[in-house]
Structure formats: structure tokens, C-alpha cells
Design a protein around this ligand. Structure first.
Ligand code: SD4
Length: 331
């Protein structure tokens, strides 16, 4: 039954028909649900999860000057990491259940190199530390205290990342201490970002404070290669947002790139990856996962389980956020 429903939904959205989308309201300049594959393929371009126009703007400025996709990714992600109002990335991120802000991030370049930090504390720009891991160490992932010490050795300044706003939210949460991922939590800005530069080369990055009030030590999909992010300069790239446990179990971003290698468009590949999650979970109504993807031609795709996912693209001098198509049309 679920499989059948998934196939129906897939074929509808692959044709670019936006069933049921017209009545949905959008905020802050977001467009109604639309198929991303309708955008004429071109590059340079940057595509990111959620409504993060300032981040895509920063990335675009690098690309527009002829800069490398990798630099664009780092600069774009840093914008949201530094935004103290955003509560799911960098400074101001919501803490774990013990009140500690712990950050995950990773970055991949056109050579297929990868660097990541997991469970990093007190450093505002995990994406830049991840890049340093990739470029300055013989390793690909540094965790916790070691990652923090490495960051400090590279000149990063430690600071308290728990803002008053996030501290108050955490204190309110401790009254019930009920752990429940919230679909499309407000002000989402966990960033997965993919870019193609003027040379046609790809890079990607992903940065987050992870799920609010997670268990101490929990690591999500965002810093894990193949799950939160995967880039193959021959084929394309993909990145994820939402409930990391489900993305990890299906190795979603790698799956999408491999499906594109086999001939799927980015849109079809994102839909198939969401389908794998939905098929395995009776309770898919309780959580959100969203993917974005781009192929070597500059075609993009995006799909999520539920309505409410937002994608930002900057291409052809046009920076816009919109709601992509989604699986669960039953509500
Ligand atoms: C995680 N995938 O840690 C991240 C959270 C996220 O939008 O993307 N939220 O599971």
C-alpha cells in the first residue's frame, strides 16, 4: 500500500505536476511548491536547504567572481553559523539535554576529499574547522575535545555558543524533558549546501547543531560522508536535512548520487531516497527528512516527506526560496 502510494506520488512529481500545493501558504518570499527540475540547467549555481538567502548570497558572490565551489560553500555556511538567531546551527544552536551546544559539520571538494567535525563545542564555525581537517590533517573526522583542541591550534577562538534565547528554550524544555523531533521546526536553518563553480566543478557542505535536546554524545547524519552529504565531481552531489537517524540508516546522500550515476535525474533520485525511508517506517508521519541534489549538468532536485521543507537556489542572478514537492499528501 505504502509502496504503491509512493510510486503514484513519484510519477506525479516527476512530471512536474504540483498536486495539492496551491492552497499552501508561504512565508518570507518563498514560492509555492514547485518542481526544481523545471529550472533551466545552468551554472554557476548554489542550492541550499531551508530559507537561507543570505547564505546563498554569500556563496554566489564567491562563484560570481570566478571563485571555487569549495570557497563558496565555506563562505555560505559561515553566514548561518554566525547568525545567533538561528537555533539549529552554529552560535545560538539549541543544546543537547544537558544544556551543551554541540556542532556537527562536513565539507567535500571536487577531488572527493572530505573533512568533518562531530560533537564540536565552543567553536562557532565548524564548517571551517571541517575544511581544516580535510586540508591540514591526515584524517577525515575529528570529534569532541580533540576537534576543539585542533580548532584552537588552527587559530579558532573558543566562545560560549549558548545564547540567552536558546538557554531559555532549553530551561523550558527541562520542565517536561520530553524528547520528540519536531517536523519543520520553526526558523530552520541547518544548512546543507551544494555549489557548481564557473569551471563546472562541484563542492558541498553541511553544518548543524543537530537535533534539539538530543542525548549527550549523539551525532547525526550531517557530518557523516554519504549520509548528510556526498559529492562526486563526475556525477553530482546531494545533501540532507531532518531526522538524521533515518538518513544515516539509508545512507541517503550517497544513494542519491549513485542513483544519478545510474541515469536518474536529481529529482527522481531525491524521490527514490525519500521512498526508501517511507517504506521502512510505519511512523513516517512523525518526522521530516528533506533532500536536495544537483547533477553535473546543473539540474537540481528536491523532495521531502512532508510539506514545509524549503529550498533556496541562487542561479542566473536570481536568489529565491521555494517549497519543493513532497511525499505525504494525505494531511
Ligand atoms: C541531524 N539532520 O542532526 C540533522 C538535523 C537537521 O534540520 O538537519 N535539522 O539529525
Amino acid at each position: 500500500m505504502k509502496r504503491r502510494k509512493f510510486i503514484q506520488n513519484t510519477s506525479i512529481s516527476s512530471l512536474g505536476i504540483m498536486a495539492g500545493a496551491a492552497s499552501l501558504s508561504c512565508k518570507d518570499g518563498e514560492k509555492e511548491n514547485q518542481s526544481v527540475t523545471e529550472v533551466t540547467p545552468t551554472w554557476p549555481l548554489v542550492v541550499a536547504t531551508w530559507n537561507v538567502k543570505e547564505s546563498t548570497q554569500a556563496a554566489w558572490e564567491v562563484l560570481n567572481k570566478g571563485g571555487a565551489a569549495l570557497d563558496a560553500i565555506e563562505q555560505g555556511c559561515r553566514v548561518e553559523e554566525a547568525n545567533a538567531d538561528g537555533q539549529s546551527v552554529g552560535i545560538g544552536g539549541l543544546p543537547d539535554r544537558d544544556g551543551n551546544v554541540t556542532l556537527d559539520a562536513c565539507i567535500m571538494n571536487k577531488e572527493g576529499n572530505y573533512g568533518a567535525v562531530v560533537y564540536l563545542q565552543n567553536i562557532k564555525h565548524p564548517i571551517s574547522v571541517a575544511r581544516k581537517v580535510m586540508e591540514e590533517t591526515p584524517h577525515v573526522i575529528l570529534a569532541g575535545k580533540g576537534a576543539e583542541q585542533f580548532a584552537i591550534s588552527q587559530g579558532f577562538i573558543p566562545e560560549d555558543l549558548l545564547t540567552e534565547k536558546s538557554k531559555k528554550a532549553w530551561e523550558a524544555w527541562t520542565k517536561t524533558s520530553e524528547y520528540k523531533p519536531i517536523i519543520n521546526i520553526e526558523n530552520h536553518d541547518t544548512i546543507g549546501m551544494l555549489a557548481i563553480d564557473q569551471n563546472g566543478d562541484l563542492a558541498g557542505g553541511c553544518t548543524t547543531s543537530g537535533l534539539a535536546y538530543k542525548m549527550a554524545g549523539r551525532v547525526g547524519d550531517s557530518p557523516i560522508i554519504g549520509s548528510g552529504l556526498f559529492v562526486d565531481n563526475e556525477i553530482g552531489a546531494a545533501t540532507a536535512t531532518g531526522l538524521g537517524e533515518e538518513v544515516l540508516k539509508t545512507v541517503g546522500s550517497f544513494l542519491i548520487v549513485e542513483l544519478m550515476r545510474q541515469g536518474m535525474t536529481p529529482q527522481q533520485a531525491c524521490e527514490e531516497a525519500i521512498g526508501r525511508i517511507v517504506q521502512k517506517n510505519e511512523n513516517f508521519e512523525d518526522f521530516q527528512v528533506g533532500y536536495i541534489a544537483v547533477n553535473k549538468k546543473g539540474e537540481t532536485g528536491a523532495y521531502s516527506i512532508h510539506d514545509g521543507f524549503v529550498v533556496t537556489t541562487y542561479v542566473n542572478d536570481n536568489n529565491e526560496s521555494f517549497k519543493p514537492d513532497y511525499f505525504n499528501k494525505s494531511t
